[in-house]
Design a protein around this ligand. Structure first.
Ligand SMILES: [Zn+2]
Length: 254
């Protein structure tokens, strides 16, 4: 990868970690990572010593899939949960972005052993299909290669896996898509819970979700009109990064 592309990817990794904070999915625990295309290396946020909202490209570390830091600021440490990321990248060549959070609503369904159903808007609700697997092999912090491998098995070829009584891991073709999927899944989980308070949940049929499902691991070009990028990520994150306060009322921000 060219130096300018590496720099751009590192900037996106930093923005992705900030975005997890903007959308209320994480404060200082959790992390987003990206595979450096064509290598066995990833960019990942270092061990939590600052809020995710403070993450800058200069802080991002480069790690190989054995967990060795190969580049980064002096003294930077790997996050405790690095094997979660590296073992998924090893098991899933189609995955280039991994997000781990303790986001509230998705975690509630992991704790309760309930499936988050696709209930709101066809393209957004594809974020919770297929039903998330569950890693339930103990309550300890997930920081060994063996635990990472068990999560990768529970994830299978899906997009999300509950870490029961802990949080969730979400994967995608890119780090940007992984963050967007985490945001959408959180919204689906919250609406599931609210719907369960007033009646039965009506699930959106899989046939309706299929167009979104079929294209999610297909690389896509950013759409440009009038020289301005029009993809979801750019639209959403540009203003979020400029003014995170607007997301305080997240329930009406879709
Ligand atoms: Zn965690």
């Amino acid at each position: 990868m060219k130096a300018e592309n590496l720099k751009a990817l590192k900037e996106e990794v930093a923005l992705s970690n900030r975005a997890l904070h903007y959308y209320g999915l994480a404060s200082y625990m959790g992390q987003a990572s990206a595979r450096i295309a064509g290598t066995d290396r990833i960019f990942i946020k270092p061990r939590s010593h600052m809020g995710l909202s403070q993450t800058t490209a200069e802080m991002i570390i480069t790690m190989d899939l054995q967990g060795k830091i190969v580049d980064g600021p002096q003294g930077a440490r790997a996050p405790a949960e690095w094997p979660l990321h590296t073992e998924i990248y090893k098991a899933r060549p189609d995955v280039n972005g991994v997000v781990h959070t303790h986001q509230k609503w998705v975690t509630v369904f992991g704790i309760a052993g309930q499936t988050i159903l696709p209930v709101h808007h066809p393209s957004l609700s594809a974020s919770v299909f297929p039903a998330y697997g569950v890693y339930e092999e103990g309550y300890r912090t997930l920081n060994t290669v063996e635990q990472g491998q068990a999560v990768a098995r529970a994830l299978g070829d899906g997009v999300g896996c509950h870490l029961q009584n802990h949080g969730v891991v979400i994967v995608a073709i890119s780090i940007q898509e992984a963050v967007l999927t985490a945001i959408r899944a959180e919204h689906q989980a919250e609406l599931n819970w609210l719907a369960m308070q007033v009646g039965e949940r009506e699930q959106i049929p899989i046939e309706t979700l299929r167009p979104s499902i079929e294209k999610r691991f297909v690389p896509k070009e950013a759409e440009k009109r009038g020289g301005i990028t029009r993809d979801n990520w750019s639209n959403q994150m540009k203003w979020a990064d400029q003014d995170p306060e607007v997301l305080r009322f997240r329930c009406v921000q879709l």
